[in-house]
Design a protein around this ligand. Structure first.
Ligand code: G16
Length: 609
């Protein structure tokens, strides 16, 4: 998320006509606009991000995007993601300017703007900023502040209302791939692309003997509306795959079984059809859902961190028990986060044990499919630079599997999708996933061109033509601008369909090393410094030595800690040969860090099963 916001600032009222008269268009008269709200006192920051986006759009001469969301964090948190000109994340050098602008005093704003304009040699002209937001109640107020900032700089904006973060990335990417920036891509384009690619892919796959039921936990967030729409679109053509959406965040029911399918129709407990919501949200509209319980006891982060299912799944279980169509092995689940840019999968095995398939397993599955396809297409392994990009959080077993079984290169970057994305973009096929479920695949022009040629090459066997066509559809199904829960969901389902695998089969690709993720609050997390790859703690002094000594006592032990970039916490990751030992190790390091780095509040408790 960018920039790093100073949440401790007191509220400010900013007189935007000062900026307007300096930078905005002089022919429109605006009064003084002040805004005083309690949206975590971040409205002034959103105002400045509106300004920044206009400057950035003027610099790149492309559409910029602002997504108002605090993603996987609780409802009370607020944040903003700025989207760069390729539909990707804002460049790093701009992030530091965004941070300066976000945190400067009111009286320094003009100077900060002038500095940015001079450093990037910006001349203000036409600029367009796309806006969207998640379902937080604070969004309308923050959006208003953002629009004021854009207006103050004489910029134009297009408000898309409720979108997932990856959808807004897609809009910016689409607009910027077209030279005419007055064209507004529609949400329909996004859904058409996914629907068509998935349908075409499935045409070349065998029909599964049973219908497959996928329970999707949308974290009571914006993903609910979008998943609902995707489900309706897919249902037109795909008969054997049924999605059941839970934790839709409507009716103020945070944790109940809110949405479920009966006779192929989706209702909530009020018999209010969700189609109404979708129709109201007609592409550009802004509706604020009456959601609550966003990311609360549900969603990708909750499931990954706690290694347990979210609340709200019992409707899927009920359905499964009642229906003769579904067999256990054909039921699995997925969880999105609050802005639907992450996804993890899971299922219950015969012993009703919970099994998690996180970003590492998704990366391994995609790597397997791509490797297999290249082999069928008779492309030499060295023709293309293929690789998987991971972070230190990647499970050790996943790295070994990708390296040793798939013979693919594995690269490591620091945490943060921007780093992984950047590395993946240097490869012909760059598969990147963080263990938390955030990731996608990037394909080079050279690779796409070759696959397109092979799909139509009459001198090749029909097997090669089909596999290459399959790969082309897979490429079209991928959101290459950013990790996208909806797109990733379909990528996974497409591969499972192709091989006729159920989730148990997928899970058996390799066995995760037992691991545990914990977080602690300390007085000042900025005092914790790590090596660039985040595996060694450089400060406070002596902490790493103590960690090393603990780790050495655990067979197959590995552990590290790092300050979070999105929450006021330090995260601790540990792996070991058993779950109990991984829990022990993570807990011991948490206590160590708590004691050595001025922990705040209660000492960390040992994780419960
Ligand atoms: C964001 C970043 C991810 C990162 C996550 C947690 O996720 O995009 O790359 O892994 O925060 O970061 P940290 O451990 O530094 O708090 P999201 O879903 O909020 O975009």
């Amino acid at each position: 998320m960018s920039p790093i916001l100073d949440q401790t600032r007191t509220n400010e009222i900013f007189h935007y006509n000062l900026l307007f008269s300096k930078y905005g268009k002089k022919d429109i008269l605006y009064g003084t606009a002040g805004f005083r709200t309690n949206a975590n006192q971040l409205d002034h920051v959103m105002f400045r991000m509106g300004i920044l986006a206009v400057l950035y759009a003027n610099y790149t001469k492309k559409v910029a995007g602002i997504m108002i969301t605090a993603s996987h964090n609780p409802e009370c948190d607020n944040g903003v993601k700025i989207i760069g000109n390729n539909g990707e994340m804002l460049e790093e050098n701009w992030e530091s300017y965004a941070t300066i602008l976000a945190n400067c005093k009111d009286e320094e704003i003009v100077n900060s703007i002038d500095m940015i304009m001079s450093d990037f040699i910006i001349r203000l002209g036409n600029s367009l900023v796309y806006l969207a937001h998640d379902t937080r109640k604070s969004c309308p107020v923050l959006l208003e502040a953002c629009i004021l900032g854009i207006n103050a700089m004489g910029g134009k904006y297009q408000n898309y209302g409720l979108l997932t973060t990856p959808q807004l990335h897609f809009m910016v990417y689409t607009a910027n791939s077209d030279s005419d920036i007055s064209y507004y891509p529609a949400e329909r384009d996004y859904f058409d692309k996914l629907k068509t690619a998935f349908f075409n892919f499935s045409q070349d796959c065998p029909d599964p003997p049973y219908r497959i039921l996928v329970g999707v936990d949308t974290a009571n967030g914006v993903g609910a509306l979008k998943m609902e729409r995707l489900q309706i679109l897919l249902r037109e053509n795909i008969k054997y795959l049924e999605f059941t959406v839970v934790n839709m965040g409507l009716n103020g029911n945070a944790t109940g079984d809110i949405g479920y399918i009966k006779h192929g129709r989706t209702t909530n407990s009020n018999n209010h059809t969700l189609n109404d919501e979708i129709e109201n949200n007609n592409e550009m509209g802004t509706i604020q859902s009456t959601q609550s319980g966003l990311n609360l006891n549900c969603g990708a982060d909750y499931v990954k961190v706690n290694m347990k299912p979210p609340t709200g799944l019992s409707s899927v279980h009920d359905f499964r028990k009642e229906s003769p169509f579904f067999e256990d092995q054909n039921v699995h689940y997925a969880s999105f986060d609050g802005d639907a840019d992450r996804i993890v999968f899971y299922y219950f095995d015969k012993n009703h044990e919970f099994n998690l398939l996180d970003g590492d397993k998704i990366a391994a599955l995609i790597a397997y499919y791509i490797k297999d396809t290249l082999k069928i297409c008779e492309l030499a392994p060295n023709d293309f630079d293929l690789g998987v990009v991971q972070t230190a959080y990647a499970n050790g077993s996943s790295t070994l599997y990708i390296r040793d079984n798939l013979n693919m290169k594995v690269y490591f970057t620091p945490t943060g999708v921007k780093h992984l994305h950047h590395k993946a973009a240097q490869l012909d096929v760059g598969i990147y996933f963080e263990a938390n479920g955030h990731g996608t695949v990037l394909y080079s022009k050279k690779f796409v061109q070759k696959i397109a040629e092979l799909s139509k090459d009459g001198t090749k066997s029909s097997k090669i033509n089909t596999s290459a066509r399959n790969m082309m559809n897979f490429i079209n199904l991928t959101n290459q601008s950013v990790g996208d829960a909806l797109s990733d969901l379909l990528l996974v389902e497409a591969i499972l369909l192709k091989y006729g695998w159920n989730i148990t089969h997928w899970n058996s690709m390799y066995q995760d090393l037992p691991n545990r993720l914990m977080k602690i609050k300390i007085n000042d997390r900025t005092l914790v410094k790590t090596s660039p790859d985040e595996t060694i703690c450089l400060s406070p002094p002596a902490l790493q030595e103590a960690i090393d000594s603990l780790v050495s006592r655990y067979p197959k032990g590995r552990a590290f800690l790092r300050p979070s970039g999105t929450e006021d916490v330090v995260r601790i990751y540990a792996e070991a040969e058993s779950q109990e030992k991984a829990d022990d190790l993570a807990h011991s390091i948490s206590v160590l860090a708590f004691d050595m780095a001025a922990g705040v509040g209660d000492r960390p408790l040992r994780p419960s099963k």
